[in-house]
Design a binder for this molecule. Structure first.
Ligand SMILES: Cc1ncc(COP(=O)(O)O)c(C=O)c1O
Length: 412
């Protein structure tokens, strides 16, 4: 079965509000099955995890299922799935924990392509431990992060390399497997930010070869929380701060306090929903494979339409890497990024401007702290959305064409 965007759109109640969403890299809209799963978890008997009564068993089942769903999504081990409030919180916590194994004079490598959530936790932990930070630069012209550049920063003192699987600013997908191989050759751990990547690619953790992978379900149609994945044997070697009476088993010892059970129910539903985007399949992974391929094809077509529209408007497009997601960062010649975003917002088109916390990347691109306009696609993005975006932009660019009227409930 092919990808039916109209059928997909009908599953998203918030699309009925008449807005056009190009802000998926900031967070996606939520489909009905995810909303229903969250509601059902709260409507059923629910207590802290345990086996003594139905309410405890419901909570336990939700956690076990969500770990399995995330493991299926990324080809990971359910025993190495750690849930937390956000990718940022999980990375800060893990950085503090891993830093206990570092000695003064050790080194960590971070990349200027990354969101600050995969930079500052390591820079902060390094400063507290007398550890040197080495910076891997991407090429601002091509947007590429050369694994060889990372390799040249590695020494026998490198303890960890932190790198993104995809830039949330310009979409670049670095060759993580090559970077991981170089890092492992000097005995360093590899921490990968998969927050932007997981929304756009079928994650294959063994293929990426990293030691830690963090992502956020609210970027892929799920609820607002973060997930860290690692080999449980590696997690066994690490000792985070924890309460005395709380369990010491892995992965639970990395999860502080009570888990948000209702959100975890939403995570399982989001993975199932993603797996069903291109029709029914024998198992979840097969469904995910088919869905991601169908969504990518759909998004590539829309991406090409947007890029060609931007080109005729004389836009400067900063998303240029050979391997990248469908996320496009650009500026128009005759208006500031903030003005473009404001104008679009007035037309009910959500395409914000800024650095999106990829502050180092924005500065390295010469965009300073103001950034540029970012357009991101989601499985529910369609041609009408693209018409509305390009129509809105053309009122600011050279062509001066009037935008289409706002999308209304009936024009869904
Ligand atoms: C690439 C990337 N990494 C990390 C984050 C931070 O994620 P969270 O909000 O879950 O902390 C974001 C959020 O936009 C992101 O795009």
């Amino acid at each position: 079965m092919s990808f039916d965007v109209a059928r997909v759109r009908a599953d998203f109640p918030s699309l009925g509000a008449g807005l056009t969403f190009f802000d998926a890299p900031g967070g996606t809209q939520t489909p009905r099955p995810v909303i229903d799963a969250i509601t059902a978890a709260l409507a059923a008997p629910l207590a802290n995890r345990g086996q003594a009564n139905l309410a405890q068993r419901n909570a336990d089942k939700i956690v076990v299922e969500a770990r399995q769903a995330m493991a299926d999504l990324v080809q990971g081990d359910p025993a190495g799935v750690v849930f937390g409030r956000s990718a940022t919180q999980l990375t800060f916590d893990l950085a503090r924990t891993v830093a206990r194994t570092w000695s003064p004079g050790d080194e960590v490598v971070v990349s200027r392509l990354d969101h600050d959530a995969n930079i500052r936790p390591w820079v902060t932990a390094a400063a507290a431990s007398g550890v040197t930070v080495r910076w891997a630069d991407f090429d601002p012209e091509s947007g590429e992060l050369d694994p060889g550049q990372v390799g040249r920063l590695l020494t026998e003192r490198t303890r960890l390399v932190a790198v993104t699987a995809a830039s949330n600013l310009i979409g670049t997908e670095p060759d993580v497997a090559a970077i991981a191989a170089l890092a492992h050759a000097v005995g360093a751990l590899v921490y990968v930010d998969g927050v932007h990547y997981t929304a756009h690619a079928l994650v294959d953790l063994p293929g990426l070869g990293c030691d830690f992978f963090v992502c956020s379900p609210y970027k892929f149609l799920g609820p607002h929380l973060g997930v860290l994945l690692a080999d449980p044997r590696l997690l066994q070697t690490l000792h985070p701060d924890k309460l005395l009476p709380s369990t010491d088993v892995v992965p639970e010892r990395f999860e502080l306090g009570t888990l948000p059970y209702e959100l975890l129910a939403g995570v399982s539903a989001a993975v199932d929903y993603l797996a069903g985007l291109a029709g029914e399949h024998q198992d979840r992974r097969a469904g995910l494979l088919a869905s991601l391929a169908a969504v990518q094809e759909h998004q590539h077509r829309l991406q090409r339409r947007i890029e060609s529209g931007l080109s005729s408007l004389g836009a400067t497009v900063y998303s240029r890497a050979a391997r990248r997601t469908s996320t496009i960062l650009f500026d128009l010649p005759d208006a500031s990024a903030a003005e473009v975003a404001e104008r679009l917002a007035g037309l009910r088109v959500n395409a914000p401007a800024g650095h999106f916390y990829a502050l180092e990347a924005s500065r390295h691109l010469g965009l300073g702290d103001r950034g540029a306009v970012r357009v991101g696609l989601a499985p529910y993005t369609d041609d009408v959305d693209v018409d509305r975006l390009l129509g809105g932009l053309s009122t600011l660019g050279r062509l001066g064409v009037e935008p289409a009227p706002p999308r209304t409930l009936s024009s869904r």
